[in-house]
Design a protein around this ligand. Structure first.
Ligand code: UDP
Ligand code: MG
Length: 331
């Protein structure tokens, strides 16, 4: 964990921390304290940018109190709850650092890793992502589903998305600038960063349990939505798949027709006397199978269409209500 002596030439650099927050009242003060502890010895300037969905608890008060003590802390609030991915997009758009680190507010991402990220950045890496070494407190089924999901995602998508990673990562200014050009509304950061490319390095870490409060997502549906965003947003493979499926089914039905005709002809010629029984069950099964395949194909096309629809409307990923930018360079 101790990468302190490797850090070179960070003086004069500005590091931005982008933190999506939603109802994290209890976590703000401990988070800020731990960040300050970690950032002080690194030796570069920093700014902390909280990107906050409107909260029902005292999160905003806590952040503003921290800002009163340390003007390098900034706060962006949104007009409504746009969700964590949008908050991260906003943070990346507003931050002014030579590099930025995206980190959760609940202390699940250990701030101590930031020192190692900065060290790798100074070694020339543009993206330093944290990769979970362990997935504790998760069932075997969840782990298996995740493993299959990542395998499929990497087989099917145009980019390679490292497994067991979240948004916790450092990105250099040129990566940030490219991300800001992407105009992606879904905010699937892992995919966007993989798409942008540049030199990337993984740091293994142990993900802690949430410090206080409760998780904000429906675990299952949340993971499913994220996986779907990955598939649809970064792969055209599902579309190829349904074309191939169509070809296979057409070929199979032609073959079946030929077999059927051959049997009829052979019977007429008196070569064979038996006939295959094509009863109602066969019909029912075939019809329902084919309807299923057709609906599935339509659904897949619909997923792409829905995203095109959203893109065409050109609605922003988030709407900022207020921006209290951190004091400092250019501010
Ligand atoms: N978050 C947010 N908006 C939301 C939900 C969550 O900004 O609508 C923030 C939350 O405060 C936390 C981070 O996103 O800092 C990750 O949320 P959470 O810990 O609930 O997710 P998990 O750790 O389960 O992925
Ligand atoms: Mg969390």
């Amino acid at each position: 964990m101790d990468g302190m002596n490797e850090i070179r030439a960070v003086n004069g650099m500005l590091l931005s921390l982008v933190i999506p927050v939603y109802n994290e009242e209890q976590n703000i003060a401990p988070l800020v304290a731990r960040l300050q502890q970690v950032l002080a010895p690194i030796g570069c300037d920093y700014e902390v940018l909280f990107c906050m969905d409107p909260c029902t608890d005292g999160t905003e008060r806590e952040i503003l109190a921290a800002r009163a003590k340390d003007p390098r802390i900034g706060l962006i609030t949104f007009s409504r709850r746009f969700g964590q991915p949008a908050a991260v997009l906003a943070g990346i758009a507003y931050c002014r650092g030579d590099a930025c680190v995206v980190i959760d507010a609940d202390l699940q991402d250990p701030p101590e890793l930031i020192a190692d990220m900065v060290a790798a950045w100074r070694d020339g890496y543009d993206v330093v992502y944290a990769q979970r070494e362990t997935r504790e407190g998760e069932t075997q089924i969840k782990k298996a589903v995740c493993a299959v999901g990542y395998w499929l995602l990497n087989r099917m998508s145009d980019v390679r998305i490292p497994r067991n990673t979240g948004d916790f990562r450092l990105m250099s200014r040129r990566v940030i600038d490219q991300l800001n050009q992407l105009h992606e509304r879904e905010g699937f950061l892992r995919g966007m960063v993989a798409y942008v490319g540049f030199s990337q390095k993984a740091l293994l870490y142990h993900r802690d349990a949430r410090a206080g409060g409760a998780g904000k997502y429906n675990r299952f549906l949340g993971s499913l939505t994220i996986a779907l965003n990955g598939f649809i947003g970064f792969s055209k493979y599902p579309l190829h798949l349904i074309s191939i499926l169509g070809l296979i089914i057409s070929a199979a039905s032609l073959t079946l027709g030929a077999v059927y005709l051959a049997i009829k002809l052979l019977i007429a010629a008196g070569v064979i006397t038996w006939e295959i029984k094509w009863g109602n069950p066969t019909l029912v099964i075939l019809i329902s199978l084919l309807s299923g395949v057709q609906l599935l194909s339509l659904g897949i096309m619909g997923q792409y269409m829905a995203r095109m629809y959203d893109d065409i409307k050109q609605r922003p990923a988030y709407i900022v209500r207020e921006a209290h930018l951190p004091a400092g360079r250019g501010g």
